[in-house]
Design a protein around this ligand. Structure first.
Ligand code: HEM
Length: 383
C-alpha cells in the first residue's frame, strides 16, 4: 500500500493513524510498482541527507530548486536563500500583523466561522502577495486557484493537475511579463529583484523566475493555511494551552510560541511527504531498493516515530525540537521555515490578542482524508 492508494472502508480515515499502523508493520514499504515509502525517522533522515543516492530529480518536470541536485541545486538555492534570511523575514512582520489584524477584526463574534477558509487562506494569500509585490486583484484568483489545485491533487488525475499548474504559471507569468515590459520602471519589489538575479554569471530566465515563484506560492500557500487550521484547532479545543499561549502573546515570548507551533505541526504534519529517485541500489531497513526506483519520504510518519518521540502525541517542544522534521532535513531543508513560523506566530498572536476566547463550534471539525494530512474543516467561534 502507498500513500497514494485509496482508503479502504476498514482502514482508519486519519492519515496519522494509517501511517502509525504501516510504520509498525512495514516501515520500508514497497507497492510492487516501483514506489517505496520510508516511514521510520532514521530512514527518512538518512535518505534526505544522502542526495547522491536519493536524487530529487524524481518527477517529470524541472522545479527550481526542489528537483535539482548537487552543484546545480546549490547555485539556485543560494538565490532563494537571499530572500528568506532572518532580516528579510523581520522586514515582513509588520505587513503580516496588519493583514492578520484586519482579518480577525472583520470576523463576526459569537457565530461559527471556518478557521481555514476565513482565517488561514486569506492570511496566506494576502501576506504572500504583499511580500512579492503582487496586486490585491490577484488575491481572489489565487484563492480560487488554491481550491482547484487542492481538488486536482486529491483527484489523482494527472491531466487535471497539469492544467491547474499551467493556469498558475499564467497567473505568475503575467506578473513577470508586466515587470519585464516596464523595464527600469518596474516596481522595486521582491518579484522584480528576483528577476534581476543571476546564476552562472547570466540572468535568470523568465521560466526560472516563474518556477521559483511557483515553489514559494503554489506549494506553500496551502501548507500555511492548513497549518493555521491545525494550530487553531488545537487552541480552541485545549483551553489550558490557549491560556498559556495568551499569556505568551501578552509577554511577547516569540521563541516559545514558535517552538510550540512547530511541535504542534510535528504531531499533525500538514506537509505530508516528498519524493526522491534512487541513483543506485541501496539498503534501507534490511531491504534492498534497486536503482531508479521512486522513494517517498513520509515526513508525517517520521515525525510520529515512537523510537524517537516516545508517545507521538505528547506535546514536548523542547525535547523534540532537534528531531522535528516538519521543515525537512538535508540540502533541501525548507528555506521558508523562519518566514512560516513568523507568519504563524503573528496570525495566532493577533487572533488571541483581538479575542477574549477562541471556542470550538458545535459542529465537529473534519479531518482531511488520506493522502492529505491535517483538517479539512475547523469550525470555531470567536468570543
Ligand atoms: C507550513 C509551511 C511549510 C512547510 C511545512 C514546509 C516544508 C518543507 C519541506 C519538508 C521541504 C523539504 C522538501 C524536500 O526535502 O524535498 C521544503 C522545501 C522547500 N520549501 Fe518549504 N515549507 C513550508 C513553507 C514554505 C514557504 C512559506 C516557503 C517560501 C516562501 C517555502 C519554500 C520552500 C522551498 C523553495 C523548498 C525547496 C528547497 C530546496 O529544494 O532546496 N516553504 N519545505
Amino acid at each position: 500500500m502507498t500513500i497514494d492508494s485509496h482508503t479502504e472502508a476498514t482502514e482508519p480515515v486519519d492519515l496519522r493513524a494509517q501511517l502509525d499502523a504501516r510504520r509498525a508493520t512495514c516501515p520500508v514499504d514497497h507497492d510492487g510498482l516501483g514506489t517505496w515509502t520510508l516511514l521510520r525517522h532514521a530512514d527518512v533522515v538518512a535518505a534526505a541527507t544522502d542526495p547522491e543516492t536519493f536524487s530529487s530529480a524524481a518527477g517529470s518536470h524541472r522545479a527550481i530548486p526542489n528537483s535539482l541536485d548537487g552543484a546545480e541545486h546549490a547555485a539556485y538555492r543560494a538565490v532563494v536563500d537571499r530572500y528568506l534570511t532572518d532580516e528579510a523575514v523581520a522586514a515582513q512582520e509588520e505587513q503580516c500583523r496588519a493583514h492578520a489584524a484586519a482579518i480577525v477584526d472583520a470576523l463576526p463574534r459569537g457565530r461559527t466561522i471556518s478557521a481555514i477558509t476565513e482565517i488561514g487562506t486569506p492570511f496566506a494569500v494576502r501576506t504572500q502577495a504583499t511580500w512579492l509585490g503582487w496586486p490585491a486583484e490577484l488575491e481572489d484568483a489565487l484563492v480560487a486557484w488554491m481550491a482547484d489545485n487542492h481538488a486536482a491533487t486529491r483527484s489523482g488525475d494527472r491531466a487535471r493537475t497539469a492544467a491547474v499548474a499551467a493556469r498558475f504559471d499564467d497567473l505568475v507569468g503575467s506578473q513577470v511579463r508586466a515587470r519585464r515590459e516596464a523595464g527600469a520602471d518596474a516596481p522595486d519589489d521582491v518579484t522584480t529583484r528576483l528577476m534581476r538575479e543571476t546564476v552562472y554569471g547570466r540572468p535568470l530566465t523568465d521560466a526560472e523566475v516563474v518556477s521559483i515563484l511557483r515553489n514559494w506560492t503554489a506549494g506553500d500557500l496551502g501548507s500555511l493555511a492548513a497549518s493555521l487550521g491545525i494550530v487553531i484547532h488545537r487552541l480552541a479545543n485545549n483551553p489550558d494551552r490557549q491560556d498559556v499561549t495568551r499569556e505568551r502573546v501578552a509577554r511577547g515570548e516569540h521563541a516559545a510560541i514558535e517552538a510550540a507551533i512547530e511541535e504542534v505541526l510535528r504531531i499533525d504534519d500538514p506537509f505530508v511527504a516528498n519524493r526522491r529517485r534512487t541513483t543506485r541500489a541501496v539498503q534501507v531497513g534490511g531491504r534492498t531498493i534497486p536503482a531508479g526506483e521512486r522513494v517517498v519520504l513520509s515526513w508525517t510518519s517520521a515525525n510520529r516515530d515512537p523510537e524517537v518521540f516516545g508517545d507521538p502525541d505528547a506535546f514536548r517542544p523542547e525535547e523534540n525540537a532537534a528531531a522535528n522534521l516538519v521543515f525537512g532535513a538535508g540540502p533541501h531543508v525548507c528555506p521558508g521555515r523562519a518566514l512560516t513560523l513568523m507568519e504563524l506566530r503573528v496570525a495566532v498572536g493577533e487572533l488571541l490578542a483581538r479575542t477574549e476566547r477562541l471556542l470550538p463550534a458545535d459542529e465537529p471539525s473534519v479531518r482531511e482524508a488520506p493522502p492529505a494530512g491535517g483538517w479539512a474543516q475547523v469550525p470555531v467561534v470567536l468570543a
